[in-house]
Design a protein. Sequence first.
Length: 639
Amino acid sequence: MKKIVAITSCPVGIAHTYMAAENLEKAGKELGVQVIVETHGSIGVENELSAQDIQEAQGVIIAADTKVDLSRFYGKQLINVGVQDGIHKSVALVQQILDNKAPIHLSDSKTEHLEQQKEAKGIGQQIYKSLMNGVSYMVPFVVTGGLLIALALTLGGEPGPGGIAVPEGTIWATMLSIGSIAMGLMVPVLSAFIAQSIADRPGLVPGFVGGMLAANGALYGSDANAGFLGGIITGFLAGYIVLAIKKIPVPKVVQSIMPIIIIPIVSSVIVGLSFIYIIGEPVAWMFKALTEFLVGMQGGSEVILAMILGAMIAFDMGGPFNKVAFLFGSGLIAEGNYSIMGPIAVAICIPPLALGTASFVLKNKFTRPEQEAGKAAFAMGLFGITEGAIPFASTDPVRVIPSIVVGSMTGSVVAMLSGVTNQVAHGGPIVAVLGAVGNVLMFFVAVAAGIAVTVLMLSFLKPTIQTAPPVVVAEVATQTEATTPKAEFSSILDIIADDSIVLDIPAATKEAVIDELTTRLAATGNVTNAARFKEAIYAREAESTTGIGMGIAIPHGKSDSVTTPTLAFARSNAGVDWQSLDGEASHLIFMIAVPKNAQGDMHLKILQRLSRKLMDDDFRQALMQAKNQAEIKALLAEM
């Protein structure tokens, strides 16, 4: 029998990965060919293709919306499409391989950029995806570095004329060094993984090199580095330069060394020279011009000067504008002028404190990961680490940057008019606690004013994220939470009860269905706090819709209020708008509840079984025609 190999993967790594795998296998059976599918899901790589499988295969089908290593398939027919095509066009894909109409894969690079062979995606979407990739890798460095620096300054710092100093030779000085290294890697990591998202592994080296250049202003004659904005520039620059180089035709003998020698060297040189001589020099010139401008502002309007300083501090959170304002104020301390550093010390801490506060009080405006990042941002703000706001500004610059700029301007003006002073080159509440601030009460009033303005602006500017509506479900509080969950299940019937099956549910909206199924799950006793579990359901919906198409929705959540994995099912004849990817209403809704500490990614295994079985048209039709709960359970037993 002829053989075809395939790989399926979707961004979330759950339902669509297995739906595509199931349909490709079915298409193979229909056309008389064996299709072996390797899935890249949240559980990890499953059914990994062997070298023999690939060697014997007539061709390869990649149905994925994530990057896949193609180096194994050199010389094979290869089709590279999105996961939706794997679901809906599986027969045509298999037939194309059988007809020998697919292109031969002749690249020796580790991967191919998906956009080269798939339907073109909007440039805006590509830029956003690449930026988010960089930010996701950057955030741990910001948090780790910022909190280590904050801890070192708190426990080992002493105020002095040059700022808060940590005595050398102490454990706190070592911790400060570690934190500074982590924070220093922030911009290079951001740049590198933006480039990697665009050009894959060959983009990492020039991305890191460009990020290091952006973080080191001395290389282009500036006392201020280019900050995270410079890192974004170098990341995209490196990524697209590598893409351009990869398109250059080269002799076959050179292809093997392109991704490991030629591309990294050539692209790094181009990125480095471009940044130093084309981008870096304007940064250095801007630094000098801004410094001269601020010097010229002395003796003029205090309010205007305070507004300018506050805006510069907040705008790029550690970049050239921030550094110019900070060094301007620091330089005046040596001349005995402490009145400028006072407003700067206020402005420095407002962005992270305000965003941390906003993530606490505006929960419907921030995702769950952002709320967690808000805690770290707030802690960094207490110690004058403006960079704590960068993760928020990177993901939503249009709304976040104006809000923190206006907030810092407000705080700076209040501090200037109130005569707040600061004798050390640092900012945040820590300098007030250590006694370096004059007029401490107004210092905190100014900070509070800036936070209030920022939070107010964010409440208007940021869109609302879908959250759970007011709880109307009765809570089951009689059982002990967090009991030990089952580790495995042998059948879907092990996790579904008769009362958790609703035929012809009257609820007409997504929210009403979630309410009904949550009530059913709570009634089983396996969900001890319905309100908390429903929060988990809506948190997952906020990430991306669980309406997977073809009339199916699979809402799911992990919560410490779930004691045992449990499944609920609802059928809607009229259909429910679940914002499904194919735009169709959902008629078959499965809700999965899993303990937060469940072992083995149980909810993913349940999703895998459901997704595969639900690709069977006859199975879906049988579920729609089942007359009672017993027939539904008999069908589910097939899984």
